[in-house]
Design a protein around this ligand. Structure first.
Ligand code: TGC
Ligand code: FAD
Length: 451
């Protein structure tokens, strides 16, 4: 007689399910290992090694390239766009998926993927010039979709490195500065961070208190930043601070600059794979030539954010599809009251809602990047897409979690991880409500922000 287990033996080994089942086998061994080794600081590292050693077993023969496409959006894509997406999808399946759960549990990022993503051209792939992939915005969005299908932390790394740091240096630096920093950043050999948010100024970055005071051939920075991706390890920190005239400027703080200090934020339940830091500048002295001369005013960092937000509008579709496909497969195999739960009308309603909203989000994202390619997209239109698509993905993740019942709270399935991650995505790069007010201001002409 077979005893029941939370791993149903009848689970079909195809597509997403097979991937999830194999991932869970990794988890179990990782968990068993972790249980035997409690309280030891080295246990997290060991968990990672176990996860890695199981990597090959998981990826062999799992080239599932299907993805929800209810309105045949595939037909609207060019060969180049499909190729970029498929390259990213293959990378995620073959090199990333087996890493996700152990690294997520350990609260670490698989650092070896940073140069690998650089080699694949995933950082700001829409930029033109030496070293850049030179793709269009839709291909960029599709790459972000595939990265976020795995984990929002993976897409975040690409957003910060590419659309924020590389984009800022590409847009606002001199040719000499670009030559100095871009090759290392684009290849992923150097790590970047984008420091805008402060402890006291999140939604209103215009109120920032960090100052950069000119002192001969140097600037002296004083102030602090908070919630900054990779700040503690970044080689190239793009820091936004007000100058002697009170104008927002961009300053590059390099590794080991005197007066710079950072500390990682512990205890995150969301975006666990990302390193997120707070940092302080105490008479931090940098050469005057590290100022980005073409960045003047808050519009400079906000223009970088526009590009990252468009990537998020595409990226979260990947997370939503992963949740939908997991819930669909589970509901077809899970039986209650003598039939698959997919046969119940209330479950179908949730699956249909997901299909409908993912399809609308795909069309919205595609139209947005087509407008960006024509140069006609306005920031408020980007805000609308970020706002809608992140909300859509979070709702899909919550509904999928519900369909999975108790199994949905374990990381045997990716759904609860997406739920937790998307809470961050809804907050960063402008909260849901801040984007509401940006669009509200655009359509009414009345500014609802404070002040
Ligand atoms: P406001 O008057 O609206 O704007 C100031 C100046 O900026 C211009 N501008 C933009 N320019 C380009 N692109 C945009 N998206 C722009 N939005 C505004 C604007 O025209 C103006 O120019 P000028 O010449 O007149 O000075 O300024 P405000 O202080 O009223 O701003 C309000 C608001 C809400 C729009 C803005 O501050 C905002 O977006 N707040 C949200 C903060 C935010 O998104 N922070 C993100 C931090 S970075 C991050 O989260 C990275 S996580 C990445 C990851 O891991 O994926
Ligand atoms: P607050 O601004 O304090 O907002 C709190 C609440 O008040 C929200 O619900 C908000 O919508 C609401 N609110 C605020 N103002 C208004 C208003 N006028 N009307 C109505 N409601 C309002 N920042 C960076 O610079 N670089 C990074 O790399 C980075 N990475 C991040 C990574 C993670 C994991 C997280 C969580 C954040 C990151 N951030 C980063 C910071 C992020 O951009 C901010 O958290 C975000 O902009 C919101 O700021 P806040 O957290 O201070 O919230």
């Amino acid at each position: 007689m077979q005893l029941p287990s939370v791993i149903p033996s009848e689970e079909k080994r195809s597509g997403t399910q097979s991937r999830n089942l194999l991932l869970f086998q990794n988890h179990r061994e990782t968990l068993d290992f972790a249980r035997r080794d409690t309280g030891d600081r080295r246990s997290a590292e060991r968990c990672l090694r176990v996860g890695r050693s199981l990597n090959l077993r998981m990826t062999q023969g799992s080239h599932d390239m299907t993805s929800l496409d209810y309105y045949n959006i595939e037909e609207l894509l060019t060969e180049e766009e499909r190729a970029a997406r498929d390259r990213a999808r293959r990378f995620v399946q073959e090199e990333v998926m087996s890493e996700i759960v152990p690294f997520h549990r350990a609260g670490k990022f698989p650092e070896h993927l940073t140069p690998r993503m650089g080699a694949l051209g995933f950082y700001a792939p829409y930029l033109k010039g030496i070293g850049f992939a030179g793709l269009n915005y839709t291909a960029y969005g599709l790459i972000m979709q595939e990265l976020e299908r795995a984990d929002s932390g993976l897409r975040s790394l690409a957003s910060v490195q590419g659309s924020l740091v590389i984009h800022a240096i590409h847009s606002f630096a001199t040719p000499e500065q670009q030559t100095r920093w871009l090759p290392g950043l684009v290849s992923g050999k150097l790590i970047g961070c984008f420091a805008l948010t402060e402890h006291g100024h999140g939604s209103d970055p215009g109120g920032m208190e960090t100052r950069a005071k000119r002192d001969g051939d140097h600037y002296i920075l004083n102030g602090s930043k908070c919630w900054i991706g990779n700040a503690s390890i970044a080689d190239v920190k793009v820091v936004w601070a007000k100058d002697d005239d009170g104008r927002v400027g961009g300053f590059v703080v390099e590794k080991d600059a005197p007066g710079f200090r950072a500390q990682d934020i512990e205890g995150k339940f969301s975006l666990r794979m990302s390193r997120t830091s707070e940092c302080w500048f105490e008479d931090c002295r940098i050469p005057a030539e590290n100022r980005l001369p073409n960045a003047s005013g808050l519009g400079a960092p906000l223009s970088c954010l526009s590009h990252a937000r468009a990537g998020i509008a595409w990226g979260v579709i990947g997370a939503a599809i992963d949740c939908y496909e997991t819930a669909l497969a589970y509901s077809k195999s899970r039986e209650q009251f003598g039939r698959p739960i997919a046969g119940f009308q209330l479950v179908q309603q949730k699956l249909v809602w997901m299909t409908q909203e993912i399809t609308k989000a795909q069309l919205l994202a595609l139209r947005l990047t087509r407008m960006m390619e024509m140069g006609s997209a306005r920031p408020a239109q980007i805000s609308l897409a970020k706002r809608n698509n992140v909300w859509m993905a979070l709702e899909c993740a919550r509904k999928a979690r519900d369909i999975l019942g108790a199994a949905g709270i374990t990381d045997r399935y990716p759904v609860i991880r997406h739920v937790m991650n998307l809470e961050t995505v809804s907050t960063y790069e402008g909260t849901h409500d801040i984007h509401t007010l940006i669009v509200g201001r655009d359509i009414t002409g009345i500014n609802a922000f404070g002040g």
